[in-house]
Design a protein around this ligand. Structure first.
Ligand SMILES: [Ca+2]
Length: 413
């Protein structure tokens, strides 16, 4: 459920809003119409009805009595919820921030400071410590920005507001369940405005399913300054979603000049050795080792960097499905390990399409006979395939990349 480019660092939002699996640790953005004006009186009335639903799901009256008192309708949260989907960045701008020199430096310091802990976590779960620390770096700048909003009040406001009422009500009930476990108190349960909590920003349902008490001290604590439980839980989450030990998330590659761009498709998987026979190699010119089957991803089109991505890329998508986020985590992890910056140039003169423009692109492609199978402002595999077919029809390189000039071309159809 990630689906909200999150909160956390509003500055670090994934590109393109989309719906995520219900298991993702935090919500991602979605786009729908806003609903009627709310008020604290309206929230109080809503709570009366909510109580019965919560009790039917096992929340005790005593919990509700102590926690749901004196909540206020938070207009600021609703404003943020309605505006967030318009955050749009190009992949290169996103990576500049996600793997900035400062974030790399702070991450390397965190790796040294928590070396023993990270080593234990890596041994137990088999998840590369650099990946765990990179997620920590993107979600909260290594714990510096864990969110200070009272989670119950935020979730109650969002559930009552109704734009994603069912989702947030489920999160609110999960948050109440967490309080009943005694892991924390309502006062300590703080997070982002959308209810993502702690060092690595778990939403309440993911907390219940995946957060661990790593040292067995009796409480699962992702809120305090000590990141032990949060980091272990992040590794546990990735392990639960199939992390393959020793496999990279992806590797930057060089494509041959005669590369058939129709092969850069998430449905076309080959072993690196097979890609190498087709001329696709690491940036140093050698075949990529056979870590498993891989696909080719071109987040900036034919004139940007190319990545060979593996199964672990899909595992990271369970945290957040946006390609930019996954590449951001993977690249930051590589940098933390001492790896280089992205070697290829990006088409930095292009700007990102806005949400409205992405919807217009999908509408115009579909109207022109290139069905995107939905108008959701998300440039996912179906839209990319439609873009490719359109590019072929106008004799352009079918790289599935849609800068503003492609939309302009479509407008002239
Ligand atoms: Ca603990």
């Amino acid at each position: 459920m990630l689906r909200f480019p999150a909160l956390v660092l509003a500055c670090l939002l994934p590109i393109g809003a989309q719906a995520a699996p219900d298991t993702a640790p935090r919500p991602q953005a979605r786009i729908t119409l806003a609903q009627a004006d709310g008020s604290t009186a309206g929230l109080e009335h809503w709570i009366i009805n909510f109580r019965a639903r919560a009790i039917s799901k096992g929340i005790e009256a005593a919990t509700l009595n102590s926690v749901l008192r004196n909540l206020t309708y938070d207009r600021d949260i609703i404003r943020r919820d309605r505006n967030q989907s318009e955050f749009t960045k190009t992949i290169w701008d996103y990576l500049d921030t996600a793997a900035s020199d400062l974030r790399v430096k702070n991450g390397q310091a965190a790796l040294r400071k928590h070396e023993t802990l990270l080593s234990e976590i890596e041994t137990l779960y088999g998840v590369d410590r650099h990946i765990v620390v990179a997620i920590w770096g993107l979600e909260s700048s290594y714990g510096a920005f864990r969110g200070s909003q009272p989670v119950i009040q935020s979730l109650a406001t969002l559930a009552y507001d109704g734009r994603r009422g069912d989702f947030f009500e489920e999160q609110l009930i999960a948050a109440l369940r967490i309080l009943q476990t005694g892991d924390t108190t309502a006062q300590n349960m703080t997070g982002s405005w959308a209810g993502a909590m702690g060092h690595t920003q778990f939403i309440p349902t993911s907390y219940l399913d995946y957060v661990v008490d790593f040292r067995g001290d009796g409480a699962r604590d992702i809120w305090s300054d000590d990141p032990t439980d949060a980091l272990a839980s992040t590794a546990a989450y990735l392990k639960a979603f199939g992390w393959t030990t020793g496999q990279p998330w992806g590797v930057e590659v060089t494509l041959p000049s005669d590369f058939d761009y129709l092969n850069a498709n998430r449905d076309i998987e080959k072993l690196p050795s097979v890609w190498a026979e087709m001329g696709v190699t690491g940036t140093e010119g050698r075949a990529v080792p056979d870590h498993g089957s891989a696909t080719i991803l071109l987040p900036g089109g034919a004139s940007g960097a190319a990545f060979m991505i593996f199964g672990n890329f899909e595992t990271l998508e369970r945290y957040n499905t946006a390609d930019a986020y996954v590449i951001g985590v993977g690249h930051l992890a590589d940098r933390l390990r001492g790896g280089p910056v992205v070697q290829s140039n990006w088409p930095r003169d292009d700007r990102a399409l806005t949400g409205d423009e992405r919807r217009e692109l999908q509408r115009r492609l579909t109207d022109a006979g290139f069905d995107t199978q939905g108008i959701d402002a998300r440039i996912g595999p179906l839209t990319i395939n439609a873009i490719r077919q359109y590019q072929l029809s106008i004799e352009q390189t079918p790289d599935g990349y849609a800068p503003p000039r492609l939309l302009e071309r479509l407008r002239q159809n």
